[in-house]
Write a protein that binds this ligand. Structure first.
Ligand code: IMP
Ligand code: MG
Length: 179
C-alpha cells in the first residue's frame, strides 16, 4: 500500500483539466515555434499527457532539474545535471513541471533558457501550493493546499511517480511539516 492518507485529485479530474489546458495552449500558442520542455523527472507524466492534447506542430526537449534530493523540503539550490539542451535558440519554449512550490526550479530555468536565446519561455504547471499563490504560471492546472503530495509524476525519494491519482503523502515526515 502506498502511504497516501487522502486522494486530492483523482485520474478523472486530472484528465479533464489536462484536456482543458491543451485546448487553451493550442489556441494561445498557435503560430509559435513551439518546443515543449518537460522538466524531469517530475514533469514527465503530465507532459506526456499534455502534449497529446496540444494540436499544434511542436518539438519535445526534456530538461533535467533537481532541487530536492530525498527530503520533502527544498534544498534551496537547483542542479541541472545535464545542463541546458542544445537547439533551443529561436524557439518558443513551454516548460512543463509537476508543481510550483518555492518557485526556484522554474525561475532558474526561465533565466537560464532566456540566456540561451530562446524567443520566449512560458511555464505550465499542474499544481501550485497554497503558499505559492503569489507565484505566476502561464498555465496552471490546480491550486492545492500546502501538503506534500505524490503520484502522477510527483515522488517521495524517487517513488510513487507511477500512481495514477495524486494523494497526500502520509508519514511522520509529513506530519512534522504540518506542525
Ligand atoms: P520548487 O523549485 O520549490 O518550486 O519545487 C519544484 C519541485 O519540487 C518540483 O518539480 C517537485 O519535484 C518538487 N516538489 C515540490 N513539492 C512537492 C510535493 O509536494 N511532492 C513532490 N515533489 C514536490
Ligand atoms: Mg521531485
Amino acid at each position: 500500500m502506498p502511504p497516501i492518507s487522502e486522494i486530492l485529485l483523482d485520474r478523472v479530474a486530472i484528465r479533464r483539466r489536462v484536456e482543458e489546458l491543451g485546448v487553451q495552449i493550442s489556441r494561445e500558442l498557435a503560430g509559435s515555434n513551439l518546443c515543449v520542455m518537460p522538466v524531469l523527472d517530475g514533469g514527465m507524466i503530465f507532459a506526456a499527457d499534455l502534449v497529446r492534447e496540444i494540436h499544434l506542430p511542436l518539438a519535445i526537449t526534456p530538461i533535467k532539474a533537481s532541487s530536492y534530493g530525498e527530503a520533502t523540503i527544498s534544498s534551496g539550490t537547483l542542479s541541472l545535471p545535464f545542463g541546458i539542451p542544445e537547439g533551443i535558440s529561436g524557439k518558443d519554449l513551454l516548460l512543463v513541471d509537476d508543481i510550483l512550490d518555492t518557485g526556484l526550479t522554474l525561475n532558474v530555468l526561465k533565466d537560464r533558457l532566456m540566456e540561451s536565446r530562446a524567443v520566449s519561455v512560458r511555464t505550465c504547471v499542474l499544481l501550485r501550493k497554497e503558499s505559492s499563490r503569489h507565484l505566476p504560471a502561464d498555465y496552471l492546472g490546480f491550486d492545492i493546499p500546502d501538503r506534500f503530495v505524490v503520484g502522477y509524476g510527483l515522488d517521495h525519494a524517487g517513488l510513487y511517480r507511477n500512481l495514477p491519482d495524486i494523494g497526500v503523502f502520509s508519514t511522520a515526515v509529513d506530519d512534522k511539516l504540518q506542525q
